[in-house]
Design a protein. Structure first.
Length: 350
């Protein structure tokens, strides 16, 4: 029995070693729209547990194979998601009550907000700056918690009464402005990165510049601010100073209408992406609010969504969507001009 156990453990060890390296789990090609139309969105893969990023070492694999007891930590109820320029993926997980960091470069998995002054209760939004500082909204503590690049607590933002249920967050680093969407106050509050309140926009209502339980936000490359005005079933767009520009959207179940809109993002070509947790898909609009394309559907297979929430689009037009019920982050790629140029450059190098 003893020798057989060692033999079986070594077989497991061998299989684990040859099974591939850590990273985003990639599968076969899945695109939208379907052929013969030119593909515009391609499914890249998912990320869900510490195993997806932690580099497998011989010692760790041997210990797991022989002794067992590997601890695999994963997403429970992801809501907000962000990716920095170095490929780290930050997930505000309301089930964990923490932010989980998936570092594909350093092959590390970090849990943010465990204890001390930087403890988190119910994080909803997360973003970073060029120095690697991390900004997290906590909907229970009614504050923004700031950490450095090493996950060390720095300070909190939001004096008593300034925030009541902060959810979405976005940073305009050029202007040193942190935009925080407060769902309960029906407002967007602007701070500088030191935590000083600058100004706010909105109140509860249905007119231009008013909100009804807004949730998420995104800043495009021009500095325009996009607010998901969730219970008004619309997107509102403002300039960096908070001046209203335009709005689009209406409640309904037809193409281009909104039912439970949550996440929002904008790609490098100005297309506006809206996650709808009722439709379990992402709709893509132009700047005038015209529907261009929608992708995904309800399910737990590759590329599918089940109660999706927040989203983020990085500088390379990679799309990250919090797939809540499936406990994962789905990753897609917009195959626009930037992507085509990058693919051509890769082909030349190879």
């Amino acid at each position: 029995m003893y020798h057989g156990g060692i033999y079986n453990s070594l077989i497991i060890l061998f299989l684990l070693i040859i099974s591939g390296c850590a990273g985003i789990k990639k599968e076969g090609e899945l695109v939208w729209p379907l052929p013969p139309d030119e593909p515009r969105i391609i499914y890249v893969g998912t990320i869900s547990t510490s195993r997806d990023v932690e580099k497998e070492s011989f010692g760790k694999t041997l210990k797991t194979a022989v002794l067992g007891g590997e601890v695999v930590e994963g997403l429970v109820k992801p809501y907000g998601v962000h990716a920095d320029k170095d490929g780290r993926i930050y997930v505000a997980d309301t089930g964990w009550g923490k932010v989980l960091i998936f570092d594909n470069v350093a092959h590390k998995f970090v849990i943010l907000g465990i204890d001390g002054n930087g403890i988190l209760t119910k994080p909803a939004g997360v973003t970073t700056d060029s120095k690697g500082n991390i900004y997290v909204t906590d909907t229970i503590q009614n504050r923004v918690v700031v950490y450095d690049k090493d996950a060390k607590f720095l300070y909190g933002i939001g004096k008593k009464g300034e925030l009541e249920q902060p959810v979405g967050i976005a940073l305009n680093e050029k202007l040193d402005r942190l935009y925080v969407v407060d769902t309960k106050l029906h407002k967007v509050i602007m701070f500088n990165t030191k935590g000083d309140k600058l100004f706010e926009i909105g109140q509860r209502g249905t007119k231009e510049g008013e909100f009804n339980f807004p949730t998420n936000t995104y800043i495009d490359k021009e500095g325009k601010l996009y607010i998901m005005d969730t219970m008004n079933f619309r997107v509102q767009i403002f300039d960096a100073e908070g001046k209203f520009i335009k709005k689009f959207g209406e409640v309904g179940t037809s193409f281009g209408q909104l039912s439970k809109p949550k996440g929002i993002g904008v790609d490098s070509e100005g297309h506006i992406y809206v996650v709808d947790s009722a439709f379990n898909n992402i709709q893509i609009f132009d700047q005038d609010g015209r529907l261009l394309l929608f992708f995904s559907n309800m399910g737990n297979k590759r590329g599918e969504l089940w109660l999706p929430a927040g989203m983020y689009i990085d500088e390379n037009d990679k799309i990250y969507v919090a797939d809540q019920y499936n406990k994962r982050i789905n990753i897609y790629q917009y195959m626009g001009e930037r992507y085509k140029v990058q693919q051509q450059q890769k082909a030349v190098k190879n």
